[in-house]
Every structure is written in structure tokens, then in C-alpha cells.
Design a protein around this ligand. Structure first.
Ligand code: SF4
Length: 459
């Protein structure tokens, strides 16, 4: 089921692929055990984290997320403080409640970081096994965390796609599998991208539910910014990275600058860093389209979706529907996983989505929206993922600030360009990102084995 509401998932930090996805997978495995009536017979659960999930799993919170998923926590309903208390209790007692049945659990022994295993299907592999008291295996499951909080079983990834259109569980009136198809349908019906996508969403749920979902997403993004603007201190993980958003926020409040062009950068930087500092601290975040790139869309939306100084619901919905449609294209035609595409698949996609969303709010034509999204990606092509110490902090936090500013500039460039002048299409740049991602060395794909991760000395 692919909907714009699937692209924006409310969860917890620091990573959608390494925290949200593994938590959902562990939970899904326990549900499968319970469904087969095996939970009560289970005496031990063993988890193998493969590839990128192991190589950056400690810094990205994968181990903790897996434990929480086994204990029944769901990312969209998890309170970060409650989760921290549950983790501490499990670690201290060595006991975990699996679908209501208590078992012995040793995180060090029962979760294996198998970074040497790089699965062919996707670099974020997870194998879970349940055993009875005699050591006989009751159930085994292989899953993948495919980016942005999306998960798939081995069988699901092996299943060939029926066609290359965006597949949903419902018949939608305007199915599109490429930007070209999307633009053609907009031209045919004389409507903009947001209206077309909304008509598709109407086939999945009532209009009121979709609008409530979009408003909840915008509200969660705002709440994340607000928390990030006020929480001071050093981020967890040992890199001693200070939160910078609160001091920048105070400076903006106390000393309004006379140069508006400079001030624009400060506001966008401040909002984007507030989100990604919250994300790095394990706070509540919305995937946009991933956690590592979660600051760009909220920052641009907060700054520009206002009317008469107040937040404007209508503009925010247009922004999210348009940005969501662009995110669906990347998800369907390439990938939004840093472990597959490098950071171009996370920050690059977020920049592209934000550029398109903002252009739509500014009244751009569908072709100009696609052009903005294309520019937003074109100048992120080749961007590597090389997080220092495996944490989602350096370069991730600043990279979101830079991505937000870049998205606004991409929208401006698109608005000043005629359709005839565009020589790269959105479909072409998505395909270029996909090919570049496939060619990129695994050192630069969320493994912390190259780039800044090996050149910056951890203090
Ligand atoms: S470098 Fe980019 S892709 Fe890698 S963890 Fe940071 S934000 Fe995500």
C-alpha cells in the first residue's frame, strides 16, 4: 500500500532504516510467533543483524530498536522516555516479555552483529530465530529494512513487481509510475499534482481521514522543531556533539538581523538542525522521507507555509501532497535507503521533495514543480553516506540545514525557468541517482567504512 501517508511516518530517532524498520521487523516476527501459537513455547530468540544494520547498528540504535520491537513497542506509539526505561529494565533483569510470555534475554549474546554478511537482496538484512527450551528451532524469518521505515520479508522482495506503476492495495483513479505519466495526467485533467494525488488518496480512505493524517504529520513535524529549539546539551553516542539549534534560536529572537537574506539562512538552518538534533537524541521524528533527512521538509514548510503570520493548513497540505508524490516516485523507481543509494537517496531525495512542495505552494505549474524537484536532486547526485562513529550526527545534522537552503533555491530557479529550457527531466535524474547509487562503493553507503567516518578522529 503506497500512499503519501506511508512516506511520512511518525516514529523515533535516530534512523528510519536502522531504528524504525528493525523495530517493526522484530515486532512483526513476534506477531508471527503468536499467530502460530508458538510464543508460549519460545525460550530463546536470536537475532542476526546483517550488512549495514550491523556496521552502523550501534550508533544508529538498531540493537535497542530490535529489543524494543521484540518487547512489543511500535515506533509510531513509542514514548522515548518510556522506551528508555523499558530498555534499562530488560538489560538489568536479563528478562524480556515476548507476546506476554517472559523469556531470558541477553542483548550481547542474543543479538549478533554480522556486518560481514551483505545480503544480495538488500544491505539491511535481519534474520530472527525462535527456539524452544530444548534448543529446537520453532520459527525463522528473514526480513529487510528497505529505507524510510519500510520493511519487507524475503518473499516480498523476491516477488517480481506486477508492473512498474505505483502499486496500492486499492484501485486509484490516477495511477502513475513516472513523473512523465504524472505530468501527463495533470495536463489532461487540468489539475495540479496535489489535487491529483488527493483524488488517489480518496480511494484509500475518506477525505477527512486523509486531511487529518496530513495535519497530524505537519503537527508532529512542528512539535519536533519546538522540542529541538529548547533542549540543550550534548547529543548521546560519545562524539560530544553539542546541540546548536537552541542557541541559534535565542540569537534570532534577541537580535533580529537587518540583512533579510542572511536571516533566511539562519531560520532554515535553525529549524532543520532542531529536527535532526532531536532525531540524533532518539526523539519523536517524522520520516521525510527518512529520519536522517527528516529536517529539510519541516524546516522549509514551517518557514514558508504561513498566511498573515500564522501557520496555514491549506498550504501545508499542498506542500505535503506534492512532496509526497515526488517521494513516491523515488521510492518506486529507485530507493530512499542510504545503505543502497548513499546520502543522495536520503538528503538528496528530501531536498528534491521539499523543492517540489515549495514550488507548488508558490503557485508553480506541475511542470515547474517537477523541474524544482529535478534541480533539488541534480545537485545532490553522488552524495555519500559516511556518518562519523556510525551516529546520525556528523555530517547528517548540518547536511539537513544545507539541504533546506538548497531546496528553496531549487524552487526559485524552477520558477524562473520556462518548460522549454529544462534539459534534464525528473525521471532522468531519478534514474541517474539510481545508477549512481548502484555504482557507489559500499564504503559510502551507511557502513561508516569510508569518507568522513575514517578521516575524522573521534574524541
Ligand atoms: S550521511 Fe546522510 S544517509 Fe548517511 S546517515 Fe547521515 S543523513 Fe543518513
Amino acid at each position: 500500500m503506497l500512499s503519501v501517508l506511508d512516506i511520512f511516518r511518525i516514529g523515533i530517532g535516530p534512523s528510519s532504516s536502522h531504528t524504525v524498520g528493525p523495530m517493526r521487523i522484530a515486532r512483526r516476527f513476534v506477531r508471527a510467533l503468536a499467530k502460530r501459537g508458538l510464543a508460549g513455547r519460545t525460550a530463546r530468540v536470536a537475532v542476526e543483524l546483517q550488512g549495514s544494520l550491523a556496521l552502523t547498528g550501534v550508533g544508529h540504535g538498531t540493537v535497542d530498536a530490535t529489543i524494543l520491537g521484540l518487547a512489543g513497542f511500535a515506533p509510531d506509539r513509542t514514548d522515548p522516555d518510556e522506551a528508555a526505561a523499558a530498555l534499562a529494565a530488560i538489560r538489568q533483569s536479563g528478562r524480556l516479555k515476548l507476546a506476554g510470555h517472559e523469556i531470558a534475554f541477553d542483548p550481547g549474546g542474543d543479538i549478533d552483529l554480522a556486518g560481514h554478511i551483505i545480503p544480495d537482496l538488500h544491505p539491511n538484512g535481519m534474520v530472527l530465530r525462535a527456539f524452544d527450551a530444548a534448543g529446537a528451532m520453532l520459527l525463522e524469518g528473514t526480513y529487510f529494512s528497505t529505507g524510510g521505515g519500510f520493511v519487507a520479508s524475503e518473499a516480498q522482495l523476491l516477488r517480481p513487481p506486477e508492473d512498474d506503476r505505483i502499486r496500492t492495495g486499492n484501485e486509484v483513479p490516477h495511477p502513475f509510475g513516472s513523473a512523465a505519466e504524472l505530468l501527463a495526467m495533470c495536463a489532461e485533467g487540468g489539475r495540479d499534482i496535489a489535487a491529483l494525488v488527493l483524488a488517489n488518496e480518496d480511494a484509500m480512505r475518506s477525505r477527512a481521514e486523509t486531511e487529518a493524517g496530513l495535519d497530524a504529520i505537519a503537527g508532529a513535524m512542528d512539535a519536533c522543531i519546538d522540542r529541538g529549539l529548547t533542549r540543550e546539551g550534548i547529543l548521546p553516542g560519545g562524539l560530544k556533539v553539542h546541540r546548536r539549534a537552541p542557541s541559534l534560536w535565542r540569537a534570532l529572537q534577541a537580535n533580529p538581523q537587518s540583512n533579510e537574506r542572511e536571516q533566511l539562512f539562519d531560520w532554515l538552518n535553525c529549524y532543520a538542525m532542531a529536527v535532526n538534533e532531536e532525531n540524533a537524541a532518539g526523539g519523536r521524528v517524522v520520516t521525510a522521507p527518512t529520519n536522517g533527512a527528516a529536517g529539510i521538509i519541516p524546516a522549509v514548510m514551517r518557514f514558508y507555509c504561513e498566511s498573515d503570520g500564522a501557520r496555514c493548513e491549506a498550504k501545508r497540505r499542498i506542500f505535503l501532497l506534492t512532496a509526497g508524490a515526488i517521494g513516491l516516485l523515488y521510492k518506486q523507481r529507485a530507493s530512499i535507503s542510504g545503505a543502497e543509494m548513499g546520502c543522495q537517496g536520503e538528503v538528496g531525495v528530501a531536498c528534491s521533495m521539499a523543492a517540489g512542495g515549495l514550488a507548488a505552494v508558490w503557485g508553480a505549474t506541475p511542470a515547474q514543480v517537477a523541474c524544482a524537484a529535478e534541480i533539488g536532486m541534480e545537485h545532490n547526485l553522488g552524495l555519500t553516506c559516511d556518518p562519523v562513529a556510525g551516529l546520525v550526527q556528523v555530517p547528517c545534522i548540518e547536511r539537513n540545514a544545507i539541504g533546506a537552503v538548497k531546496a528553496v533555491n531549487a524552487a526559485r530557479l524552477a520558477l524562473h525557468r520556462s518548460e522549454a529550457e529544462a534539459c534534464v527531466s525528473l525521471d532522468q535524474v531519478i534514474e541517474t541517482m539510481r545508477q549512481t547509487g548502484l555504482d557507489m562503493s559500499t564504503k559510502y553507503k551507511e557502513t561508516s567504512q569510508g569518507g568522513l567516518a575514517v578521516n575524522v578522529i573521534e574524541c
